[in-house]
Design a protein around this ligand. Structure first.
Ligand code: PA5
Length: 422
């Protein structure tokens, strides 16, 4: 199975019982997705073809970049992780003006405000609901810091707000100071919002090609829209594999093992998507993000020697032959013939292959995905792939992949405790 940007092989998972039955069930899920796209009820499926919103976002990004030393992005969960994942496309050592703040660590935040030159720092506050406490406290404190530094008159030039076009505390803040706002599309949930201005305004601010990200997403949608059968839609096949394992009580965890630094934060982005969409009604599987050789030296022992009930998705990239090579003579003098003249990419590629095959040899189901080049287009395709897989999985499991009742409950309680502790 392949799209222009990536290929998928299930050959190391071929013996999963119940896969054929799950693939047949996935046909109904695909029909539901097609219908929901046509009638507009799942808005994310129409976002890849949009460009009008990007023009406005580009104009806002252009203004934000004038005479600017730093841009702080406030937001949490789906309002931050997508932008952070896209930021991994920026090459090592390139100057970075954009900084994401999601974890509301008081020490980091205080340090950052001291470190920034507030006269030339801009703030982007992103919240779908406009009522998330973490994002609001960051916004309030940053505005206060600017006012104390004498910039009260210029607040509107320092802030941009991305939120739904409806009354909320964040929306009112934007109106009160008169800053630019971009609409968070109401029909797109937080963890599905990376392809909207939520992820693409930060992408534009980093100089990335937002149109190419959307084009990649459109490419991953194509097999679905072309009416291909579930076995030929990579997202449906992935969901069916998960579902078959779950039916056999063989799926407590699903591991996404990414062999590329450019996909480092893709793991946490996907983890939120899978966890928050599917962990419901006593059902679900825990998503585990792993990173290349680093996790061979960290989690692999547990994966091989610990309990099973996991699906492994190994994502490799076109690393073979890439990067500097070990000098042959010195490597040989050290008795390292296997490294002589081999590049870092050769070693990483060999390790990825060895990991996949070792897991399979130990009876673990392994799906292999290969992305030759990680760039805007392919990351857009991967993001749409995993969003589709999550939606289809929700349908197969019989849970709503778009709500998050437990998160909402936690938000309400946190507000209550804060009010009580005054
Ligand atoms: O996916 C989700 O719905 C959540 O993770 C939200 O993105 C997160 O809670 C932040 O919410 P909001 O964007 O409303 O501030």
């Amino acid at each position: 199975m392949s799209t222009e940007s990536f290929s998928v092989s299930l050959s190391l998972a071929s013996k999963v019982a119940g896969y054929d039955a799950a693939i047949s069930q996935a046909e109904a899920a695909l029909a539901w997705l097609r219908e929901s796209r046509d009638n507009g009820s799942i808005e994310i499926l129409r976002i890849p073809e949009r460009r009008d919103d990007l023009e406005k976002a580009q104009a806002v990004a252009h203004r934000l970049q004038q005479n600017t030393s730093a841009i702080a992005v406030f937001g949490i969960g789906g309002s931050s992780l997508g932008g952070q994942a896209l930021a991994d496309l920026i090459p090592f050592g390139a100057p970075r003006k954009l900084h994401f703040f999601d974890n509301i660590d008081p020490f980091t935040f205080e340090q950052a405000l001291k470190h920034f030159d507030l006269k030339t720092t801009r703030f982007v506050s992103i919240s779908k609901s406009g009522g998330t406490a973490e994002t609001l406290i960051q916004t309030l404190i940053a505005a206060d810091a600017l006012e104390k530094a004498g910039g009260g008159k210029y607040l509107k030039d320092h802030f941009v707000v991305v939120t739904e076009p409806k009354p909320s505390a964040l929306k009112k803040f934007a109106e009160d100071i008169g800053c630019a706002t971009l609409d968070h599309p109401p029909g797109v949930g937080g963890r599905y919002s990376v392809l909207t201005v939520v992820g693409l305004l930060p992408a534009l601010l980093m100089g990335l090609d937002a149109g190419a990200i959307r084009a990649g997403a459109a490419e991953a949608l194509r097999p679905l829209l072309d009416g291909k059968s579930a076995a030929d839609v990579p997202a449906a096949a992935g969901a069916a594999l998960h579902h078959a394992l779950a039916q056999q009580k063989q799926l407590n965890e699903t591991v996404l093992w990414l062999y590329a630094d450019e996909l480092k934060t893709f793991g946490p982005w996907w983890r939120q998507l899978w966890a928050e969409s599917l962990g419901k009604d006593g059902k679900g599987s825990t998503p585990v993000a792993a990173l290349g050789p680093v996790d061979q030296h960290s989690q692999l022992q547990l994966f091989l020697g610990g309990p099973g009930a996991k699906l492994y998705t190994i994502v490799t990239t076109g690393m073979k032959g890439k990067g500097p090579a070990a000098p042959a003579a010195r490597a040989q003098a050290l008795g390292l013939d296997y490294l002589a003249g081999r590049s870092i990419g050769d070693l990483a590629a060999a390790e990825a292959r060895a990991t996949a095959e070792t897991l399979a040899k130990h009876g673990r189901p392994v799906r292999q995905m290969h992305v030759e080049q990680v760039n805007e287009r392919s990351i857009g395709a991967l993001m749409m792939h995993f969003m589709l897989e999550t939606m289809i999985m929700g349908r197969l499991m019989g849970v709503d992949p778009f709500d998050q009742p437990a998160v909402e409950e936690g938000k309400v309680l946190a507000r209550k405790y804060l009010a009580e502790s005054k």
